[in-house]
Design a protein around this ligand. Structure first.
Ligand SMILES: Cc1cc2nc3c(=O)[nH]c(=O)nc-3n(C[C@H](O)[C@H](O)[C@H](O)COP(=O)(O)OP(=O)(O)OC[C@H]3O[C@@H](n4cnc5c(N)ncnc54)[C@H](O)[C@@H]3O)c2cc1C
Length: 282
């Protein structure tokens, strides 16, 4: 579901584009949308709030901003509405009505260089880009692809639930977007994405490993956040991969790219956007 948020303060919103993230602030239980501590120390102030009133924070990608009309779009996956497993964000989005109040945390000034909350940072000399993820990464992948300089070669592999989730983006000719749909055949989450990524990697790298095959240590995705965005350039090879989505699937993809395709680990940005069975920590 696409939600458009509006408010005068958004005229000063410092969106960096690409995979810019924000926090959606949601009242706990029946509590109304809370006053939220402003300023750079919002995180510490939020943590210090008593448990029963501390609002939920959920992370979303800014799909688009229109500063002139003080608007910002987010695309929210409406998960778990049928079986009651939806968290506060999906439940809120499903029942939100035009005019309802909403609070977000985000940067208030466009800066220079890498913006707060943006992770997309391929080295300038990366010639083959691979992006992959599930429905939660669709807003980020769409925003990144639409801003790529023309002439960039990129393949994006996106696994979503239904054909109705497909979005059409304005991308330059070198960009190939490949959608796969779990339904109606009830494919397991990630089971279409993994082969799609392998195929894309073979095409991008011509089937040859970019590096001496490296070994990786798999993080424990149930007890730690799966997140690694290498800074700086990568010493060898010219491919760069950006992976985001369910942490177990992303862990598997990262392993395949580093140990199978031989992509240097500093050429793979991987982010667990959510974890099956775990609510976002708050
Ligand atoms: C940087 C970043 C950007 C993100 N951008 C987006 C975005 O643009 N759009 C978007 O929809 N999500 C996005 N996400 C993912 C989103 O933050 C999580 O899905 C979040 O858990 C949703 O909060 P909730 O309150 O609905 O569920 P929670 O309270 O966090 O979780 C409740 C239950 O639902 C499950 N669950 C959570 N998300 C999903 C899902 N997508 N599908 C199925 N089950 C789920 C959990 O495993 C848990 O069991 C992003 C995450 C990050 C870190």
């Amino acid at each position: 579901m696409r939600l458009t948020l509006g408010g005068e303060q958004l005229r000063a919103f410092g969106a960096g584009g690409d995979d810019q993230r924000i926090k959606l602030v949601l009242g706990r239980g029946d509590q109304p949308v809370p006053d939220f501590p402003p300023g750079q120390d919002w995180s510490a102030a939020w943590r210090a709030m008593p448990n029963d009133v501390r609002p939920h924070l959920r992370t979303y990608t800014v799909r688009a901003t229109r500063r002139d009309c003080a608007e910002l779009d987010i695309d929210v996956v409406l998960h778990g509405l049928d079986d009651g497993s939806a968290g506060p964000a999906a439940s809120w989005a499903a029942t939100a009505r035009s005019g309802d109040p909403a609070v977000i945390v985000g940067p208030d000034r466009p800066g220079h260089g890498r913006a707060w909350g943006c992770e997309w940072a391929p080295p300038a000399d990366a010639r083959s880009l691979l992006l992959a993820g599930d429905e939660t990464s669709v807003p980020a992948i769409g925003a990144i692809l639409e801003r790529l300089p023309s002439g960039t070669q990129a393949i994006a592999c996106v696994e979503v639930a239904h054909p109705e989730d497909l979005q059409r983006w304005q991308v330059s000719p070198g960009v190939d977007v490949r959608w796969s749909f779990r339904e109606p055949r009830s494919h397991e989450r990630g089971s279409l994405l993994v082969p799609a990524v392998l195929e894309a990697m073979t095409e991008l790298c011509g089937g040859r490993p970019q590096q001496i095959i490296d070994d990786v240590v798999d993080p424990d995705v149930d007890n730690a956040i799966l997140w690694d965005v290498p800074g700086g350039g990568h010493p060898l090879g010219d491919a760069y991969a950006w992976l985001a989505g369910e942490a177990g699937v992303i862990k598997k993809l990262r392993r395949i790219l580093v140990t199978g395709a031989g992509l240097h680990r500093s050429s793979v940005a991987f982010m667990g956007y959510w974890r099956e069975g775990n609510a976002e920590a708050d």
